[in-house]
Design a protein around this ligand. Structure first.
Ligand code: SF4
Length: 197
C-alpha cells in the first residue's frame, strides 16, 4: 500500500513537471523568446568555455615535462585561463602528450568518454601525432587520431611550453568559431596544425 502511494505521488509529480514544461515551452515558442534565450545562452556558454580551458592533467611521457613547465611559474599558463584538472569529469580538453601503447588505447578512450561535451583534443608532440620514434612499432598506435578526433596538432619532440600555450590560443579561436558544438558534430573538421601558418 505504501509503495502504491509512493508511486502515485511520483507519477503526479512527473505529470505536473511535464504539464508545466509543455506550457512554458509553448509560451516561449509563441513569443520567440525561446530562440532568443537559446542564442544568448549559447553565446554566454561559449564565452565562458573559451575563457577558461580545463585540460586533463595527464602525463604520458617526456612531453609531459613540457606540459608541467607550461603550468609552472616561468610560463604560467594559468594567466591565459588554462587550468589543469585531475578528473576527466571536470575537463573539456584531452591533452595527449606521449606515445599511446595498444594497452593504453581503451583507458584513454574511457577518459575521453567521461569528459562532458563540448570537448576538445590536442595532440602534443610527435608520439601523440604519429607514434614518433616508435612509428610502426609493434605495440604503439600511429597517433591519437586513430582513436579520438584531434582538434589541434602541436609538432615537435618535444614542443616547447610556448608552443603548447600557442596551441591553447588557437583552440580558443576554434571554440569561438564553432560555438557550442559537440565533438561528434565536428567530425571531418580540418584540425589546426601549430606552425603551419
Ligand atoms: S614526442 Fe619526443 S619528447 Fe614527446 S613524448 Fe615522444 S619522444 Fe618524448
Amino acid at each position: 500500500m505504501a509503495d502504491e502511494v509512493q508511486n502515485y505521488s511520483m507519477f503526479n509529480s512527473q505529470a505536473l513537471v511535464d504539464v508545466v514544461g509543455d506550457t512554458t515551452d509553448a509560451a516561449l515558442e509563441a513569443s520567440s523568446l525561446k530562440k532568443f534565450i537559446s542564442v544568448l545562452g549559447g553565446r554566454f556558454f561559449n564565452w565562458g568555455q573559451r575563457k577558461s580551458l580545463f585540460p586533463l592533467h595527464l602525463g604520458i611521457k617526456c612531453c609531459a615535462l613540457e606540459m608541467a613547465a607550461a603550468g609552472g611559474g616561468r610560463f604560467d599558463a594559468e594567466r591565459f585561463g588554462v587550468f589543469f584538472r585531475s578528473s576527466p569529469r571536470q575537463c573539456d580538453i584531452l591533452l595527449v602528450n606521449g606515445p599511446i601503447s595498444k594497452k593504453f588505447a581503451d583507458p584513454i578512450v574511457r577518459l575521453w568518454e567521461q569528459m562532458p561535451e563540448p570537448k576538445w583534443c590536442i595532440a602534443m608532440g610527435e608520439c601523440a601525432i604519429s607514434g614518433g620514434p616508435y612509428y610502426q612499432s609493434y605495440n604503439i598506435l600511429e597517433g591519437v587520431n586513430t582513436l579520438i578526433p584531434v582538434d589541434v596538432y602541436i609538432p615537435g619532440c618535444p614542443p616547447r611550453p610556448e608552443a603548447l600555450i600557442d596551441g591553447f590560443a588557437h583552440l580558443r579561436k576554434k571554440i569561438m568559431k564553432m560555438g557550442v558544438k559537440s565533438s561528434s558534430d565536428r567530425v571531418g573538421d580540418a584540425p589546426i596544425i601549430i606552425g603551419d601558418d
